[in-house]
Ligand binder design. Structure first.
Ligand SMILES: Cc1ncc(COP(=O)(O)O)c(C=O)c1O
Length: 327
């Protein structure tokens, strides 16, 4: 099958660029130093390639991702880096399951749901989940009192991932990790889990890095100086041409837009609507032309699609289901 035969919009992965990206990361963070985050791709076939590179533990964001990874035989060491109020489905998974907790209520949910191991999730600067650093030790005591094994701490410095100035980013990471280290002294355990694609090379405190986007990349991360190249594009077709602009058949329902407009080579993107991208091409395009659209944010883009088409040049060599969607 050729790319030209695909129904558009279709997500296409450049097989060689993808292989280069996962090789580069496996060299930088071999084996257990990386706990790849599957939320960036929601695809067990892709996770299996990461496991082949030696990464046996994975990070997940949803219970569905945890269940799907276990069912795919990738459950050696799964971390749900997120809080849940009902952990019964996690307790039923046949895999090593570790759950993030940041309150007495989520500790109770873990214990009541049959989860055995937890990480204390610490707020290191991103106003999202995570307990205050000074509360981590107390929470670890509460977890141990409920019979849970506390493996250590996690603290996601997500507010720094896309900081364009690398020195600023590094300074921020160092401040955040000081907080996480202080919490770890109070909590104990072997694990300090943190980091992502933007900070993996500068986070020297974490025992494991939770990066995910590095495998496929997007235009937001491509703006940073990272050794990973964009492997993911959305194949679309021009469906209408006007004197000043053209329209292709992909829009808000095919692209994660929270990091801004997608990129189209040799064109200026005006805006996206539900099923359309309107753009001004530098040279003329015709109805029926195939174009490549580069998503700005990989995670939500993947969640809109049922499969990834793996390509070697213009040839489609495989199809990988995006099988970890839903909750
Ligand atoms: C808990 C957590 N860890 C790590 C990451 C890093 O992922 P990425 O490498 O895609 O930036 C994220 C992304 O949102 C996250 O939510």
């Amino acid at each position: 099958m050729k790319l030209a035969d695909l129904t558009t919009p279709a997500l296409v992965v450049d097989a060689r660029v993808f292989e280069d990206n996962i090789s580069a990361m496996a060299r930088a963070l071999p084996g257990r130093r990386l706990r790849p985050h599957v939320k960036a791709h929601k695809c067990t076939a892709l996770a299996a390639r990461q496991a082949q590179r030696g990464h046996r533990g994975f990070t997940c964001a949803t219970i569905r991702e945890m269940e799907g990874m276990a069912a795919a035989g990738l459950g050696e060491d799964l971390l749900l880096a997120n809080e849940v109020v009902d952990a019964r489905r996690l307790g039923a998974i046949d895999a090593r399951v570790t759950l993030a907790v940041d309150s007495e209520a989520t500790v109770d949910a873990a214990a009541d749901g049959g989860v055995r191991e937890v990480l204390i999730d610490v707020n290191v600067g991103l106003p999202r989940c995570g307990c205050p650093p000074e509360a981590a030790g107390r929470l670890a005591d509460a977890a141990r009192a409920r019979g849970l094994e506390v493996r250590g701490v996690m603290g996601y410095e997500g507010h720094l991932m896309l900081q364009g100035d690398a020195r600023e980013r590094e300074r921020g990471v160092s401040d955040s990790m000081e907080k996480l280290l202080a919490s770890h002294r109070d909590v104990g355990g072997e694990v300090i889990s943190a980091g992502g694609t933007g900070t993996y090379a500068m986070n020297r405190v974490a025992t494991e890095i939770q990066a995910g986007s590095y495998a496929l990349m997007d235009t937001a991360y491509s703006a940073l100086e990272l050794p990973f190249r964009p492997a993911l594009t959305l194949l679309a077709r021009v469906i209408s041409v006007s004197p000043d602009y053209a329209v292709a058949d992909c829009g808000l329902k095919a692209l994660g837009m929270d990091h801004g407009n997608p990129h189209i080579a040799d064109a200026r993107v005006w805006f996206c609507s539900d099923e359309h991208v309107t753009f001004a091409p530098e040279s003329p395009v015709a109805v029926g032309d195939a174009i490549r659209v580069w998503p700005a944010h990989v995670d939500p883009t993947l969640a809109y699609h049922e499969r990834l088409h793996i390509a070697d040049g213009e040839t489609v060599i495989d199809h990988w289901p995006v099988d970890l969607r839903g909750w």
